[in-house]
Design a protein around this ligand. Sequence first.
Ligand code: ZN
Length: 510
Amino acid sequence: MKYESIIGLEVHAQLLTDSKIFCGCSVSYGADPNSQTCPVCLGLPGVLPVLNKKAVEYAVKMVLAVGGTVAPHSIFARKNYFYPDLPKGYQISQYDQPLSTGGSVEIEIPESKAKKKIHLTRIHLEEDAGKSLHSEDNSYTNTSSNVKQKGETLVDMNRCGVPLIEIVTQPDMRSPKEATLFLNKLKQILEYLEICSGNMEEGSLRCDANVSVRPIAQTKLGTKTEVKNMNSFKAVEKALNFEMERQIGIIESGGRIIQETLLWDAEKELIAPMRSKEESHDYRYFPEPDLVVLKFHPQTISGIGGIRSEEKFGTPTITIVEKIKQSLPELPEARKTRFIKQYQIPEYDAELLTTEKKLADYYEECVKNYPNSKAVSNWVMGEVLRELKERKISVSEFKVPPKELASLLKQVDSGTLSGKMAKDVFVEMAETGLSSEKIIQEKGLVQVTDTKEIESVIESVLRENPGEVEKYRSGKERVFGFFVGEVMKKTKGKANPSVVNQILKEKLSS
Ligand SMILES: [Zn+2]
């Protein structure tokens, strides 16, 4: 029998604010444990949370980008549970009145090219909890100043109060592959909006999944399980495949799926049930009494910056949400379509160039300075991406600015460099950050196009190889390549190949 999986995701994305959602503590990654905390995020008695305006704006951006509806009123709620990394004993989240409902993200199935909409149930704001560091964890042994003792657990509160949005999908995905496609799209949108770094390994994008399986023709849903602790895109696909196979195995052997929460173990590549104590959920949600209702009025947002304060915005003719909408950047799909039209490049190129906003920006900046858009596309997809991959860096860390790539390409057009030489110079530019002019000058790399100079090299090559000349003239035209090679050797690769070809042909046929 053939089975399909029914998958719904809950994605937590860390918002790229400078400070936490309810206090002024820094959210930068990699700081010493417990160095970024204050009485508010530690939940000491008598403190009051103050909502971060930027976090609200970022969340609204995401809602609008996926076509969701911003609720005019939403409220924060306390989610109560006991865990060592949650000093307050509750997490401030949103429950029955979330920031938004609806919206969708479109994915493209690679094999069929079919488009499919993954619908969203809601997006809401919440704070993160701290982190328990168990002695078996790598993260534990990486922390500098701690005593390491087997079986010991330490706690780091730096993440307490880090602003998150939780994005909840409907169970629209039918395979682990679709789930990863969705996550990739989501990450791309978050990155275009510049509201989340999308780095799963650093925990700024995390995902839990609800999974069930059923025979393909069946309409009734099977019992679902929840899979947690998937910390990379690879882990998501592996864990979901594992869980799908596990459930099919149980059904086929006549067993029944138990509704439970499971943890993915990336190292052992298997799934294990959470201890029952950890999953006995009774969160006793109730409205957070220390925060007022978050309201989007036509010209203000109230509920931000303390209990009674109101944040006033200018321009009385447009609503706040409308204002944020107008600030949205061009999103990946729109940009891809524009690239195809404006730069006359194949869909494949446009897709690849717009995967990342910074890469798309790089491409456009380069085309501005060197308008042969297809040539630039080839260079960016080929040389630039290869350098980034080899150096394991992002576009923003890349040492060759787009203007410099443009000027390198101009030097090929003007005949200063051959295509081959340009590629070598480019590698040097990526290594040193120097301009192409500087490298050409330092290495004396200018291509020889002077016909007199090339002619004399060719004459000496022909003189030194009378046998080969004889062969060529008797019809073995394949030796032509041998002469070109010799000329290139003598000129250290600097001779202009088309000039060499032309003169060589003349000389050999005379
Ligand atoms: Zn704090």
